[in-house]
Design a protein around this ligand. Structure first.
Ligand SMILES: [Zn+2]
Length: 84
């Protein structure tokens, strides 16, 4: 195996390992925050896209999503007067 290829693979491996470490760290932090945070996050996601069922926390995001992802679909009436 050419040396440069091996070095490249080793570098890629290191990257993956540090990503896994970060993911573990974040998971630990999430656990500490507890259930209230989870419930709040769930309650905040109140806008569900009528086309693809993606959930969004506010009408502005919803409108931006709708205009970029479903430009051919008529805007839902509740979004007509949202300033995006
Ligand atoms: Zn959508």
């Amino acid at each position: 195996m050419p040396q440069f290829l091996f070095l490249d693979m080793a570098r890629g491996q290191q990257k993956i390992q540090s990503q896994q470490k970060n993911a573990k760290k974040q998971a630990g932090q999430k656990k500490k925050q507890g259930h209230d945070q989870k419930a709040a996050a769930k309650a905040a996601l109140i806008y569900t896209c009528t086309v693809c069922r993606t959930q969004m926390p506010d009408p502005k995001t919803f409108k931006q999503h709708f205009e970029s992802k479903h430009p051919k679909t008529p805007l839902p009436p509740e979004l007509a007067d949202v300033q995006a």
